[in-house]
Design a protein around this ligand. Structure first.
Ligand SMILES: [Zn+2]
Length: 104
């Protein structure tokens, strides 16, 4: 199997796993651990849009866990990605902090 595709699938699963842990298992420490792995610089994303959406999920997760420094880091990364993709996403996709309101 192509290693690039492999890595993308693994990271997609990791994000879903983090969401699942957070939403259903109420195990924030484990979810944060998975989120930290998804933020590693060697993680490959399909494109900037997927990364933007995934980081928005991670931002919300960190916010709920009280990891303010990591929230700030993820939000800064989202802003950087927005400079790349900007208007290609509908505004409903720009809920950076997971509060249900588009952030721009
Ligand atoms: Zn955005």
């Amino acid at each position: 199997m192509d290693t690039t595709v492999d890595a993308i699938l693994i990271e997609g699963a990791r994000k879903t796993y983090a969401q699942t842990l957070w939403a259903f298992a109420d195990d924030l420490p484990a979810a944060v651990e998975q989120a930290d792995l998804a933020l590693q610089p060697n993680v490959l994303w399909r494109d900037a849009s997927e990364q933007h959406d995934s980081y928005a999920v991670l931002s919300s997760l960190y916010k709920n866990a009280g990891y303010d420094e990591r929230v700030a880091f993820v939000l800064a990364e989202i802003e950087r990605l927005d400079a790349e993709i900007g208007d290609r996403l509908p505004s409903s996709e720009h809920d950076h902090d997971g509060d249900g309101q588009p952030d721009h």
